[in-house]
Design a protein around this ligand. Structure first.
Ligand SMILES: [Fe+2]
Ligand SMILES: [Fe+2]
Length: 364
C-alpha cells in the first residue's frame, strides 16, 4: 500500500468514527455537530448558474408521496423474495459441512428472501434520514446563497424519501430493521465533522451515488409495480442531488491544497469501505439464527453478491473523477479503487447532468 503521511483512511474520522454513544433501545440518537452555521449577505441569485438551474429544476419537480404513488397495490413479499436470494441459492450444493442452510426448506429460503428485502429497504430508509439531516446541515453551513436555496429543496425531497420508505416498510413489509452499525457510524461522522465540503462528499457523492445505483438495480429486478414506481420517483430526485454535489465540489476542490485534497481522498476511501459493510447483512443472518462462519464466508463471496457490490460504485467512481479526487496527488485513490475492482467505472457517465435522464417528465 502506498502511504504518505496525509493518506491515512482513518484520519478524517479522528474523533468521531465509532466513538458516538449508541443505545439501540432509545427512540432517538444524538450527535454533536461541530460545523459553524454560516450567514451570507451576498444574496445575488444565479452567481453560480449551474446551482441556480438545479434549484429551478427542483422547484418544478416536486411530487407528493401520498397521492402520486399507487399505495393500494397489493404487495406479496414472498413474490419479491426469490430474486433477492437467487445468488445465494445457487450455492446450495457448495455449502460447507455443518452448515445450517443444508437443512433449509423452501419456506426457509423464502423467509431469508423476505428478510433480505426488508433489511435492504430499511437501510435505504435510515440512509434517507441521514440525507435529510446532513442536507439540513449543508443549508446551514455552506456560504453560497445558490447552494442554500438548492439545498432547501433537497431537504424537502429527503423528507419525502423518508416518508415513502417508512410507509412501504410499515404497510407492505413487516416494519424496519434497526440501522446498520457501519452506516450509522458513517452518518454520525458526516454530522459531526466541522468541514462543510465533507458533508457534500460523504452524502451527495458517496451515499447518494451508491443509493442511485442500488435503487436502479432494485428497480430493474423488482416484480412489485409500487416499489418500481417509488424507486423511479426517488431516483429522479437523487440524480439531481448527486449533480448538486458534483457541481459544488468541482469548484471547492479546485482551490484546496494538496494535503487537503489527500485528506478528501482518504475520506472517500474510508466511506466506500463503510458503505460495503452493510452489504454483508449480518443482521439478517443473526435474525435467522445462522451462526456458522464458513457459511457466512461462502455467502459473502458469492459471485452475484460481488458483482452487485461492484455495481454500487458505478456512479461514485466517475463522479470522484469529475471532481478531481480520483487522480489527485500520486493517484492513491485510483490504486485503491483498482484493488477493489471498481476502477473500470471511471469511464461511466458522471452525474453532473444525469438528472436530465432521470427527470420524471422525460421517461415513463
Ligand atoms: Fe433521498
Ligand atoms: Fe438524496
Amino acid at each position: 500500500m502506498t502511504t504518505t503521511s496525509a493518506l491515512d483512511p482513518d484520519r478524517f474520522m479522528h474523533a468521531v468514527w465509532g466513538t458516538t454513544e449508541f443505545d439501540s433501545s432509545s427512540p432517538t440518537h444524538e450527535v454533536d455537530d461541530a460545523a459553524p452555521a454560516m450567514f451570507t449577505w451576498d444574496y445575488e441569485k444565479g452567481a453560480r448558474p449551474q446551482l441556480s438551474r438545479l434549484y429551478e429544476k427542483a422547484k418544478g419537480a416536486q411530487w407528493n408521496a401520498e397521492t402520486d404513488l399507487p399505495w393500494d397495490t397489493d404487495v406479496d413479499p414472498e413474490a419479491l423474495a426469490g430474486i433477492a436470494t437467487a445468488g445465494f441459492r445457487a450455492l446450495t450444493d457448495r455449502l460447507p459441512e455443518g452448515s445450517p442452510l443444508q437443512r433449509w426448506s423452501d419456506a426457509d429460503w423464502v423467509r431469508f428472501g423476505v428478510e433480505t428485502q426488508r433489511f435492504a429497504i430499511s437501510q435505504f430508509l435510515h440512509g434517507e434520514q441521514g440525507a435529510l439531516l446532513v442536507t439540513a446541515k449543508i443549508v446551514e453551513s455552506v456560504p453560497w446563497i445558490d447552494a442554500k436555496f438548492y439545498g432547501a429543496t433537497q431537504v424537502m425531497d429527503e423528507a419525502r424519501h423518508v416518508e415513502v420508505f417508512a410507509k412501504y416498510l410499515d404497510t407492505k413489509l413487516e416494519g424496519a430493521y434497526p440501522i446498520n452499525n457501519d452506516l450509522r457510524s458513517l452518518l454520525d461522522a458526516l454530522m459531526a465533522d466541522e468541514r462543510w465540503d465533507l458533508s457534500y462528499l460523504g452524502m451527495q457523492i458517496m451515499v447518494e451515488g451508491l443509493a442511485l445505483a442500488a435503487f436502479g438495480l432494485m428497480r430493474t429486478i423488482t416484480p412489485d409495480p409500487l416499489l418500481e414506481q417509488l424507486l423511479r420517483y426517488v431516483m429522479a430526485d437523487e440524480a439531481r442531488h448527486v449533480a448538486f454535489g458534483v457541481v459544488s465540489l468541482a469548484e471547492v476542490y479546485d482551490g484546496l491544497t494538496a494535503a487537503e485534497i489527500a485528506d478528501r481522498q482518504a475520506f472517500a476511501f474510508a466511506t466506500a469501505e463503510a458503505l460495503q459493510g452493510r452489504l454483508r447483512q449480518q443482521e439478517v443472518f443473526e435474525r435467522l439464527g445462522v451462526d456458522h462462519p464458513e457459511t457466512l464466508e461462502l455467502l459473502a463471496n458469492n459471485p452475484m453478491q460481488q458483482m452487485y457490490q461492484q455495481m454500487l460504485f458505478s456512479k461514485i467512481v466517475p463522479n470522484l473523477k469529475k471532481i478531481g479526487l480520483l487522480d489527485a496527488g500520486d493517484g492513491w485513490l485510483r490504486q485503491r479503487f483498482g484493488e477493489l475492482g471498481i476502477l473500470h467505472f471511471e469511464t461511466a457517465a458522471d452525474t453532473s447532468a444525469d438528472y436530465e435522464e432521470f427527470a420524471l417528465t422525460a421517461s415513463p
